[in-house]
Design a protein around this ligand. Structure first.
Ligand code: HEM
Length: 140
């Protein structure tokens, strides 16, 4: 479950107040999007977007079979989340954000960590030395 911390919450009736060419919002997978500035850039034109303005357009969006690029692009227009929407692992757009976050923290841990050499000594060299001593003591 992803709580999408820091995001504004909107009800569907609040989203429904933005359904014109000059102020166009809709919801996709629980994300509230303000696509007003995207209308002219949408490859299929702004008209189709205005048609679903103020509504939950999740089904329309996925019926088209939008590319990965399009799915990532919609994150750019997110202004909040829909009230009551449960984000979970199955939500691929949420997991896109999470996986990026995981990659980053893994990178930071690696970069910051001075342990590996020390750890290698404890985990590999030390048991080897003890084993050497043991066999030396036992058979020599
Ligand atoms: C913020 C939301 C959206 C974004 C960022 C977006 C982006 C895109 C992009 C990049 C394409 C080019 C093809 C691709 O890469 O998949 C596309 C095509 C298209 N989109 Fe969207 N789109 C959005 C919402 C919608 C919605 C809500 C509808 C329908 C109501 C829609 C209908 C279409 C259609 C009909 C095409 C043309 C598909 C084709 O030529 O095969 N889009 N969109």
């Amino acid at each position: 479950m992803c709580k999408m911390a820091g995001q504004k919450t909107f009800t569907l009736s609040q989203v429904a107040q933005h359904r014109s060419k000059k102020d166009c919002w809709f919801v996709i997978n629980g994300r509230v999007l303000d696509v007003t500035k995207f209308l002219d850039e949408h490859p299929a034109g702004g008209e189709v977007l205005v048609e679903v303005a103020g509504k939950d357009a999740t089904r329309e969006f996925s019926n088209i079979g939008h590319s990965k690029e399009a799915q990532n692009l919609l994150l750019k227009y997110q202004v909040g989340v829909l009230q009551g929407h449960a984000f979970n692992e199955a939500d691929k757009y949420a997991s896109f954000v999470e996986s990026k976050h995981k990659e980053m923290s893994a990178f930071v841990i690696k970069d910051d960590d001075k342990m590996p050499k020390y750890q290698a000594f404890l985990e590999f060299v030390l048991p080897l030395v003890f084993t050497g001593f043991y066999f030396g003591y036992r058979y020599l």
